[in-house]
Design a protein around this ligand. Structure first.
Ligand code: NAP
Length: 349
């Protein structure tokens, strides 16, 4: 039950995902960013709250008494401890590191009867719904706890749901080339290796099945020393016949998949990164999964394509849609459109 017309949102854990989700929430006309919560003042937190930062003047809470103390020692203005204001909040978007999320559910959200959204690193059983707006928006309607799936799973769910809805997926295999770390994660490098996930198939296939239980998919994965973007090479045995034009059209119609052309000069993740910089996309973020149109190929009933995923940005719109679904504010298509318009998805040429 909402306290007034605007959903009051707190983002707990203001790192790579949290700061982006907070900014996206602030851009919605049916949500209010009630506050932020963290345990220490990283450079990122200081920047977004500074006079020139996008979250300037947003109330900051410590997510524990120790957190309040640390933040104050770090020179931050802190309103108090998160738990004291949870009675005034409708939902917490938890963007804390894996392991902290489940403790927060047990110690903060459940006892204070507040809804919460968790991220891809949280355990499978943290919420009854593994969420991707395109694939299963309705399943989150009315729920108290929802997990927005990881960046890899989000891109596979978007592309696979487009293919499955139009042509049916008999069986899919995806090979994932994953970025080694995000830009600020310099503790993960310098590195000069390609590291395979030696568990085959990798966990990413079952992660997609948490969203699309009937999908027959296997995945393999390696990690490489880049910071901007995963690349997925996918092949799908189709249930129905399709040609390349029809598949391109299905991707084109998917509200969070973009087609990019190597022939137009976007023939690498680096060049797509540069494109987002040239377009003045905030932080050079790309919220869509970008399918290289030349790679879309159909041969003897098997469909092939390659797409890239900007890992830091792709889950942000799904967090916003998860909020609308949990409060049953809008249907799927309306929510996706509202979010896309507010964060400029597909309005970037
Ligand atoms: N990064 C990605 O590309 C990506 C993509 C999709 C999904 N995800 C998922 O999103 C979640 C967050 O990842 P992230 O990359 O955003 O992590 P991150 O950059 O490390 O940010 C986590 C934030 O939470 C803070 N924090 C730590 N303990 C806390 C606590 N007890 N209460 C409140 N805040 C706390 C951290 O503060 P300190 O820095 O002081 O520890 C940091 O500011 C994970 O589940 C991850 O798997 C990440």
């Amino acid at each position: 039950m909402l306290r007034d017309n605007m959903v009051k949102v707190v983002v707990n854990g203001v790192g790579t995902i949290g700061k982006r989700v907070a900014e996206a929430v602030k851009k919605q006309d049916d949500m209010e960013l009630y506050g932020l919560s963290d345990v220490s003042a990283s450079g990122g937190l200081r920047t977004v709250l500074s006079e020139d930062g996008a979250l300037h003047k947003t109330s900051l809470y410590g997510s524990s008494e120790d957190g309040v103390e640390n933040l104050r020692e770090d020179g931050m203005h802190v309103e108090g401890v998160l738990e004291d204001v949870l009675g005034e909040v409708d939902v917490v978007v938890d963007c804390t590191p894996p392991g902290i999320d489940e403790k927060n559910k047990e110690n903060l959200y459940e006892p204070n009867d507040v809804k919460a959204i968790f991220q891809g690193g949280a355990p499978k059983d943290i919420a009854p719904v593994a969420f991707n707006a395109d694939a299963n928006y309705e399943e989150a309607e009315g729920e108290d706890f929802v997990k927005v799936v990881s960046c890899n799973t989000t891109s596979l769910s978007r592309t696979m749901s487009a293919v499955d809805e139009n042509f049916g997926v008999e069986h899919a295999v995806a090979s994932l080339v994953r970025r080694g770390g995000d830009i600020p994660q310099d503790g993960r490098g310098p590195i000069n290796s390609t590291v395979p996930v030696t568990e085959v198939p990798s966990h990413h296939g079952p992660d997609v099945q948490a969203v699309m239980p009937d999908l027959d998919i296997k995945t393999l994965a390696v990690k490489v020393p880049v910071t901007y973007g995963h690349v997925h090479m996918v092949n799908v045995e189709l249930e129905q016949e399709a040609n390349e034009e029809e598949v391109l059209e299905a991707f084109e119609e998917q509200p969070r998949v973009s087609l990019v052309s190597a022939g137009d000069g976007y023939d690498s993740t680096g060049k797509i990164h540069e494109r987002m910089r040239d377009l003045h996309s905030e932080r050079s973020d790309m919220h869509e999964a970008a399918v290289w149109e030349e790679t879309v190929t159909v041969e003897n009933g098997t469909l092939y394509w390659i797409h890239m995923v900007h890992q830091e940005a792709i889950v942000v719109p799904d967090n916003v849609d998860a909020i609308r679904a949990m409060f049953e504010l809008e249907d799927k298509d309306t929510s996706i459109k509202k979010t896309n318009d507010a964060v400029r998805i597909k309005s970037v040429p």
